[in-house]
Ligand binder design. Structure first.
Ligand code: ADP
Length: 230
């Protein structure tokens, strides 16, 4: 069943820049997809459309039961509950502990305290950071901070996990560890969509590859290669 259904989607910024042109693509529940392409190709724009950070200019886009072309502002929080997002720079709250950073994502949607404790411990265990629950972000390595960000992104059981260059600030070995976490989450049924410039990862841990160049979808391959020399 399709989780993401994009048909003839274009995205223009201020009438002048066209970031995406006539993109049609479908992603099923449970898939793992890499989004690749040169800088400025439109990868981030593609990702931002999915969680309604930006609106499509034309075409149609469905994510789960949501029709994103017709979303009202007040419906956006509901969509975002079904999507977890991880960024290159972690974006943790510096004055909260690891536990509190992850718990916060459940508090804002009104979860009960008892459920929060159990679930936060569960996801910290999943990302291998149970022993750092009381640490603050500045006491953690980059790889550990990214694990916290991933735990926070999945704590509310999203259908879709979006990762925008999640290994961009990490060395190769730590990047592979982060990938193992993402693959584990994918094996539990969560769809993972990851924009990346990391050729080693794409060429080693094979998954579907969607390539975007100059706003166009130019390649869509099962177990594809990275395909660029950068
Ligand atoms: P990538 O993530 O592949 O590097 P982006 O999606 O960030 O590419 O950018 C695609 C194009 O859209 C670029 O030409 C970029 O300058 C432009 N762009 C992205 N965001 C904005 C914005 N908020 N306003 C205007 N232009 C933008």
């Amino acid at each position: 069943m399709a989780l993401i259904e994009m048909s003839g989607v274009s995205k223009k910024f201020h009438r002048s820049t066209t970031a995406l042109r006539d993109i049609s693509v479908s992603v099923d529940q449970g898939e793992f997809v890499y989004i690749v392409g040169p800088s400025g190709a439109g990868k981030s724009s593609f990702i931002k459309l999915l969680y309604c950070e930006e609106k499509i200019s034309s075409g149609s886009l469905h994510v789960g039961e949501f029709n994103l072309a017709k979303m009202k502002k007040r419906q956006v929080p509901m969509l975002r509950r079904s999507i977890g997002v991880v960024f290159q720079d972690y974006k943790l709250l510096p004055k909260k502990t690891v536990f509190e950073n992850v718990a916060f994502a459940m508090e804002v949607i009104g979860e009960k305290r008892r459920n929060i404790k159990k679930r936060v411990e569960e996801v910290l265990d999943l990302v291998g950071l149970k022993h750092k629950a009381r640490s603050f972000p500045n006491q953690l390595s980059g790889g550990e901070q990214q694990r916290v960000a991933i735990a926070r992104a999945i704590v509310n059981n999203p259908k879709l996990l979006i990762a925008d260059e999640p290994t961009g600030n990490l060395d190769p070995e730590i990047s592979m560890e982060i990938m193992q976490v993402l693959e584990r989450i994918n094996l539990q049924g969560t769809t993972v969509l990851m924009a990346t410039h990391n050729s080693q990862i794409v060429n080693t841990l094979r998954h579907r590859v969607i390539a975007i160049e100059d706003g166009r979808l130019v390649r869509d391959e099962e177990e594809g290669e990275y395909g660029y020399n950068d």
